[in-house]
Design a protein around this ligand. Structure first.
Ligand SMILES: *Cc1c(COP(=O)(O)O)cnc(C)c1O
Length: 360
């Protein structure tokens, strides 16, 4: 049975995007590939708000998140932790054998710029990992405020995960001073999983050049060398690169600002619906994500039963809580290609299922 995903990744992929993937293969060292690759760069740079190169990695985002640590951490990395992905990043750093510390907050609390400044002032660190939009609990930290702190510590390389926020709002990489900015294909870009897109500045490349043990697959210098030739270090996932090209056309046709406005509007529509029912936002007030809503299950709805009925009767799937929030919170994505109509259809279906469960 086919159904539509409203979970915060992977999300629904349009027919147009799926068709774009079904094109004949080309050699990844051919002039055709170079033309394809180079045709993407200007638009990707526009979406990253950067003059730096934008690289394509055939991996999920974690590949580049781990790779970034190996490329830039010499002394010690500070991992800002306020949700499942942020917490995992510390674990990944430790698994890489790197010196790492955690700046810990409760899930749903944003990363606090004052606490970040205080910890960095100890002088122990030469890199920071930061998640802009903590998908696990729908919490979006104040990136401009955090980057203002990081700009005061020029020896600290910032690695910023914009995996579930990129292309849903303006994240001005160069203006904010982000050194390494990473996104993935299956979140707000509404592509199938398997491609990670990232941009690295000269500071981070210089740091990488001074580090041994970067490995090969995620070596920033390999990406840069190949980028200069319009290629990737190893054979890339060409179907997803076709899909990315198609998606960039969609974004251009809609207009980035209109797209940002659409996500903000749909996000608010879902919030108003949930608030009217009596649910509350899980993350701290003022720090809700614009690409999804994570609601506390204040009405104690049986979320497993809700999702089962939603899927079997209406063909929609939402998320019943990530990790330790399973059953306690639920998440609804408004990323990608969603429209007023598609969100209205989901909310109508949810109304129907909730009323069957005795919630009106
Ligand atoms: C989905 C997600 C990731 C992990 O992405 P993978 O594609 O599974 O590697 C990391 N960070 C955030 C914020 C995410 O939403």
């Amino acid at each position: 049975m086919s159904y539509k995903l409203f979970i915060p990744g992977p999300i629904a992929v349009s027919e147009k995007t799926l068709r774009a993937m079904a094109q004949p293969m080309i050699g990844h060292r051919s002039t055709d590939f170079v033309a394809l690759y180079q045709s993407l760069t200007p638009q990707l740079q526009a979406l990253f708000y950067t003059k730096d190169p934008v690289y394509l990695s055939t991996s999920s985002a974690w590949g580049v998140m781990e790779g970034s640590l190996r490329n830039v951490v010499k002394k010690k990395v500070l991992c800002c932790m306020n949700g499942a992905f942020a917490d995992k990043w510390l674990d990944v750093a430790q698994r890489c054998g790197l010196a790492a510390g955690g700046l810990r907050f409760e899930w749903g609390q944003p990363v606090d710029p004052v606490a970040l400044r205080k910890e960095l002032a100890t002088g122990q660190y030469d890199a920071v990992t930061l998640i802009h939009n903590e998908t696990s609990c729908g919490c979006m930290s104040d990136l401009p405020a955090l980057m203002a702190v990081l700009r005061d510590f020029p020896e600290v390389i910032s690695i910023v995960d914009t995996i579930s926020s990129f292309s849903a709002l303006a994240i001005k990489k160069d203006e904010l001073g982000i050194d390494v900015m990473i996104t993935g294909s299956q979140k707000a870009l509404a592509l199938p999983p398997g491609l990670s897109i990232f941009s690295v500045n000269k500071r981070a490349l210089d740091r990488a050049a001074s580090i041994t043990g970067r490995g090969y697959y995620f070596d920033f210098l390999e990406f840069q060398k190949n980028h200069e030739a319009g290629m990737t270090p190893s054979t890339p996932v060409i179907p997803l690169i076709y899909a990315l090209k198609s998606k960039l056309e969609d974004i251009k046709a809609e207009g980035a600002e209109v797209r940002y406005g659409r996500h903000a509007r749909l996000n608010k529509t879902v919030q108003e619906w949930a608030f009217a029912k009596g649910f509350t936002l899980f993350p701290k007030h003022g720090y809700g994500s614009v690409t999804l809503n994570c609601f506390a299950n204040t009405l104690k709805v049986d979320l497993a039963a809700l999702n089962k009925a939603l899927k079997s009767k209406h063909g929609f799937v939402i998320d019943g809580g990530y990790g330790k929030l399973k059953g306690l919170a639920f998440r609804i994505s408004n990323m990608g290609d969603e429209t007023d109509e598609t969100m209205a259809a989901l909310l109508k279906a949810l109304d129907s299922v909730l009323s069957e469960l005795g919630v009106n």
